[in-house]
Design a protein around this ligand. Sequence first.
Ligand code: A5A
Ligand code: ZN
Length: 478
Amino acid sequence: MEDAAGALPKKVDFSEWYNELLWRAEIMDVRYPVKGLYVWFPYGFAIRTFVYQRLRELLDKDHQETLFPLLIPEQEFMKEAEHIKGFENEVYWVTHGGTTPLDVKLALRPTSETAIYPMYALWLRSHADLPLKLYQIVNTFRYETKQTRPLIRLREITSFMESHTVHATWEEAEQQVESEIALTRQFYERLCIPIIISRRPDWDKFPGADYTIAIDAIMPNGKTLQIGTVHHLGVHFSKTFSIMYEDKNGEQKLANQTCYGISERCIAALISIHGDDKGLILPPVAAPVQAIIVPITIGKRHEDVMAAAEHLKNDLTAAGFRVKLDTRDMRPGAKYYWWELRGVPLRLELGPRDLDAGNVMAVKRTGEKTSIELAAAADGVTRVLKEITDTIRTAAEQHTQHNLCTAPSIDALNGALNDGKVAVVHWCQNKGCAEVIEEKTSSSILGTDVRSPYVSESEGVCVVCGKPGKATLVGRTY
Ligand code: A5A
Ligand code: ZN
């Protein structure tokens, strides 16, 4: 695919920047002729592979992977009242097989509780079967009515990781919620994405949950993006689907459950938070190409330089790095631009002078140059990639810290939101006051019990009614 002409829009114009970047860096093609459905370019898909590998590594420590069907019979889907209410306007239905109307309509899963739990009811017999912790990474379908956006709001979520766990007691399920939160922290830590954890207000929890913990990230324009949720389901679904176990005393008990989800929004956050005016900046852990070797050959040293570049590539590949050698017939400057746009963390420039000195020039995508000894190239690359990861993480943390503030009044909140910030206010947890806050500032209450290194929880008075309030996160959200 050839380069689009002209410069990338500046990142301060976030929407344009994001859309252009998805196209130019070959992440998603948005031209698929169904609204809310997008196509992964191979390069974008490779990023997805590395990101989800990290997620799988973490899950596989104490979950097992599984795979359930896409289609859910209507009567199962319709069993849990709150769940139906939450999803009925978002479900796609399959009504025909060929030209024959189906006896039982089939839902395309918007999420898989009602596919998985009838089977859990069959599988679960005794306390010895608990805890049960399964996950799957699948596509799900939601007929979203808000504006759709690639990787952010999809009608086909292509990369939905959903974990579904079963426990004996409510407390054990609560511990599992904490353990899924810890897992999510580690995942986003590896991707250098700072997160804010909070407890969603009751009216905003997952349909059929006792409570919902949400994980949010702050995007460059100051809007928040919910990039994961963990739900304590209590016994809502086990009642409906008869998920029972025999306890140690031979009594039949209802099981307690949790579920937890992450979608390709994690990649939207990765791209958006780290990128700059030149394009993507990928942390090495997520980069399909971690180092690109660009040979600088002039005149008669061509053969020498190419041989050394090939040698360097083999060394680094053997050491486990994802490396490419760019031998295309293009000016070096054009190659630099190409790989910068695609976010490759490290460029290794090798010319006759470097070769004579036994070095290669390492240029970080985050902006510095340093020299690496060819004889110890793998060590040098390890060191420099680590520095790049640290720089990316620090920049992202600074962005998050800068975009979080405390607002003592509705006016201050409005000012903060208009400045592209997310704010902590005090709120009494009364729905009426939440509506006033949300209406007066066109924002959303994200949650209470905020967990972020940049938010110190404190008591205060509600910005609407003056009664005692809890520290509450408020933002404009995708
Ligand atoms: N069964 C539980 C896990 C569930 O479905 N939870 S959820 O509805 O909150 O979705 C989990 C996560 O998927 C959300 O936190 C959000 O990050 C992501 N998500 C939800 N709808 C999405 C959409 N239309 N496009 C992309 N991501 C979405
Ligand atoms: Zn109040």
